[in-house]
Design a protein around this ligand. Structure first.
Ligand SMILES: Cc1cc2nc3c(=O)[nH]c(=O)nc-3n(C[C@H](O)[C@H](O)[C@H](O)COP(=O)(O)O)c2cc1C
Length: 184
């Protein structure tokens, strides 16, 4: 199985990457190939709401008019059999880089061609709160809603907080193993 991990943290050594890394370990144990992307390292503009009505090429053709890293990343999403979305919790919500990507992806997925090879694909979410530890649950709801709107089959959402990160590494690994074994 081919898997893609989309990380909304800029820190490859941070808590979000650590939690995602445990999922990766599990997926690899199940024989999956894993590619990981860190969204802040990519060139991803925010949506321009092109037309007066707020829509754009996304609604008509299922693609975005902006020439940046979006198209390549959407292609990676299409090529993957399963996805892991990992975000640090910011203001009890997903990170800005994940929001920017998700906001544009959901528009592409509104159109039939755009959602090809995305609709129904299994997706696992991980939300890591590293401050006071609050906000991981509303973040899970927000990320789950975003992924559902895109058309993914959201198979699980895992809240993590700084205080339980160590304790959650094994459950995250098991979740990864399960996801890469079919995830349903
Ligand atoms: C702008 C901002 C907002 C944050 N909001 C929250 C929050 O609502 N709850 C929380 O527990 N931590 C919050 N934090 C802390 C992050 O969740 C913490 O830094 C996170 O673990 C970073 O993950 P990383 O190590 O992958 O970068 C916030 C951090 C930033 C920078």
């Amino acid at each position: 199985m081919k898997t893609l991990v989309i990380c909304g943290s800029r820190n490859p050594d941070g808590r979000t990457a650590r939690a995602a890394g445990a999922v990766v370990t599990g997926m690899k144990k199940a024989g999956a190939t894993v590619e990981q992307v860190f969204l802040p390292a990519l060139k991803l503009e925010r949506c321009r709401q092109c037309d007066d009505g707020g829509w754009g090429l996304c609604l008509r053709e299922g693609r975005c008019v902006i020439d940046d890293d979006l198209a390549d990343l959407v292609e990676k999403v299409r090529q993957a059999d399963a996805l892991v979305w990992a975000t640090p919790v910011y203001y009890s919500d997903v990170s800005e880089s994940l929001r920017a990507f998700g906001d544009r992806l959901r528009r592409i997925c509104t159109q039939e061609t755009g959602r090809l090879s995305i609709k129904g694909k299994p997706a696992l979410g991980v939300c890591v709160a590293g401050g006071g530890g609050g906000g991981s649950l509303p973040c899970c709801v927000s990320l789950g809603h975003l992924l559902t709107t895109c058309g993914f089959d959201v198979v699980d959402m895992i809240p993590v907080r700084r205080q339980n990160l160590e304790a959650k590494l094994l459950p995250l690994e098991i979740a990864g193993q399960w996801l890469a074994s079919g995830g349903r």
